[in-house]
Write a protein that binds this ligand. Structure first.
Ligand SMILES: NC(=O)c1ccc[n+]([C@@H]2O[C@H](COP(=O)([O-])OP(=O)(O)OC[C@H]3O[C@@H](n4cnc5c(N)ncnc54)[C@H](OP(=O)(O)O)[C@@H]3O)[C@@H](O)[C@H]2O)c1
Length: 321
């Protein structure tokens, strides 16, 4: 029987990536049936404008406690697909969501909150600290019988929102990597020539919507998708081109230095530790593949280029400065 992903229930819809995923699903709403979000009472009151906007676009709002089995079971009724965009602090709650989905007669497909680094890139991935909660989710999904799954693996976001790959970091923190439009200063990771695969957040949304629209191609698969692949040096050249053509001041954080910062951060419980691990993985080439999977979900075209991502990053940095 062909897989069906028609009626969509989204968890974490108002979060950083959840907003983009929800917007992209709504952009294709003529192809879907019901679209709903499951959110907390707290979000209903703290983000009332966003919630009203979603309602005005026909989104059903289901308020409840993510940890209540009864609330989740009731919410699942009538939906064939759950898309989780939950944030890292609540990733572990997906284990219960999956167990309940497996038992529920309606839910057929679960998209766990991935949308980032491939947590199964190589044997070494199993040991990486930031991957542990997501690995437990994948391990559980290997054991389910009825429930299908899709992992959308995008690599780092090619955006300039706080902390993301194309963002400006405070100067005391720039060794973690920075592209600072105001200071025309960049610190590149590694030797600046290693390729990295990036996906803009608006493309993450479009790629998830496309995976929903190609349920058979995306069935029980990790889709390794992206917007583009480039080197940090190519990124800084693009910033130079789009900010008047003059040379930026460019520094490097070589891989051994990045490793050292990462080790130190874990020892001192620095909140940047996870970020440093991910950036070390990206710098080691852990986002690269012989081939991307965009074509499987008809997304070979229509994704952002390096030029698009840098143009958007400049706009975001100027707006936020
Ligand atoms: N590739 C990258 O560069 C990159 C960067 C950042 C994140 N990611 C990945 O993207 C996924 C989502 O991360 P995010 O940054 O978008 O998450 P986020 O904005 O921190 O949180 C997403 C949503 O999770 C729910 N949530 C968070 N904390 C909660 C709590 N304590 N109790 C109940 N619900 C809570 C909220 O749902 P409501 O909307 O319902 O309130 C929130 O909007 C993660 O898997 C993360 O690893 C990747």
């Amino acid at each position: 029987m062909a897989a069906s992903t028609k009626n969509i229930l989204i968890f974490g819809a108002t979060g950083l990536i959840g907003q983009h995923i929800t917007t992209a699903i709504l952009d294709k709403k003529e192809h879907f049936g019901r679209i709903a979000i499951f959110t907390s009472e707290n979000t209903l009151s703290t983000k009332s404008e966003e919630i009203d906007h979603l309602k005005s676009q026909g989104v059903e709002i289901i308020a409840g406690d993510l940890t209540s089995a009864d609330a989740v079971k009731e919410a699942y009724t009538g939906f064939d697909t759950a898309v989780s965009c939950l944030g890292r602090p609540v990733i572990h709650h997906q284990l219960k969501l999956i167990e309940l989905a497996e038992q529920h007669p309606d839910i057929k497909r679960f998209f766990p909150s991935e949308y980032g680094t491939d947590i199964d890139y190589s044997p070494a991935s199993a040991e990486e600290k930031p991957h542990q909660q997501k690995l437990k989710v994948r391990a559980l999904l290997k054991t389910v019988k009825a429930l299908q799954y899709t992992y959308v693996v995008t690599g780092p976001y090619g955006d300039a929102d706080r902390g993301l790959y194309l963002s400006a970091r405070p100067s005391e923190d720039e060794a973690v990597g920075t592209f600072d439009v105001k200071r025309k200063r960049a610190v590149l990771l590694g030797d600046g020539e290693g390729r990295v695969s990036l996906t803009t957040m608006r493309d993450v949304g479009k790629l998830v919507a496309a995976a929903l629209l190609h349920p058979d191609a995306a069935k029980n698969k990790a889709l390794r998708v992206n917007s583009f692949t480039c080197t940090p040096k190519e990124i800084v050249h693009e910033f130079e081109k789009q900010t008047g053509g003059g040379k930026w001041d460019v520094g490097l954080t070589p891989l051994d230095k990045l490793n050292e910062l990462e080790q130190q951060a874990w020892v001192t419980n620095d909140p940047k530790a996870g970020t440093l691990t991910l950036r070390r993985i990206w710098t080691e080439g852990g986002t690269l593949y012989d081939q991307r999977d965009n074509g499987l979900i008809a997304m070979e075209d229509g994704v952002d280029s390096l030029q698009d991502a840098v143009a958007q990053a400049i706009e975001v940095q100027i707006k936020n400065s």
